[in-house]
Design a binder for this molecule. Structure first.
Ligand code: SF4
Length: 216
């Protein structure tokens, strides 16, 4: 797998928010979101190809108990077999995988039960060039987040419609997150309450702590 970086920090999103965590960032992504904060991870040829065994060894040296695998997009087809191998090697760590929602999570096969997923639902403002994969809804569980990043009322209404459509069709936890530094934090919290949405308000904790310097 092409690895951009391995580092430790506080996990900012998902089920394990707040946990001290070692991050493994994979190179390559099939989307090009306009506000992407990891554009440097796009070019896979710039980064070393490291085996799952070596990655696991490096992760264990950090001596944390929680691992987040992020990107780019970790579930790209070319990564899947090595990614599964890495998850097996990281047992018994708690593991999160961050994905943009366009790749088939069932490709994780039997290691699916060893990880918590943070799945983005890309709104129109992200200009997704590949659509959200609806069949992913079936396999998601309450320990997985289905995440909407909201920066405007247009985003909010689109996310609200999607949540109402999907409610009852997935076990995932719907989460709504105000886009960092867009001044939408309080408005979003109020709207979730007023509209009685079955969604959790989650801030991007790492950005609250460090700003955009340590995007995870
Ligand atoms: S899915 Fe993530 S890594 Fe890919 S372009 Fe969008 S924000 Fe960037």
């Amino acid at each position: 797998m092409r690895i951009v970086e391995i580092f430790d920090s506080i996990q900012g999103e998902g089920r394990y928010t707040g946990y001290p965590t070692t991050f493994v960032r994979l190179a390559g992504c099939n989307l090009r979101c306009p506000w992407c904060d990891t554009k440097y991870a796009y070019d896979v040829d710039k980064f070393p190809d490291i085996s799952p065994q070596k990655i696991a060894e490096k992760v264990k040296k950090y001596k944390q108990h929680n691992v987040a695998i992020t990107g780019g997009e970790p579930l790209l087809k070319e990564n899947i077999e090595e990614l599964k191998d890495l998850v097996r090697r990281l047992y018994p760590y708690t593991i999160s995988i961050f994905t943009n929602g366009t790749m088939d999570v069932s490709n994780l096969g039997e290691v699916r039960d060893q990880v918590s997923l943070v799945v983005d639902y890309k709104l129109k403002s992200a200009k997704p060039i590949v659509p959200f994969l609806k069949t992913n809804l079936i396999g998601l569980r309450f320990i997985d987040d289905l995440k909407f990043v909201v920066a405007s009322m247009a985003d909010f209404y689109e996310a609200e419609r999607a949540i109402k459509r999907m409610y009852g069709h997935t076990m995932a936890t719907f989460t709504m997150t105000p886009a960092y530094n867009k001044g939408f934090d309080i408005v979003l919290a109020e709207k979730i309450v007023q509209h009685r949405l079955p969604a959790v308000y989650r801030r991007q904790l790492h950005k609250d702590i460090w700003g955009e310097k340590r995007g995870v």
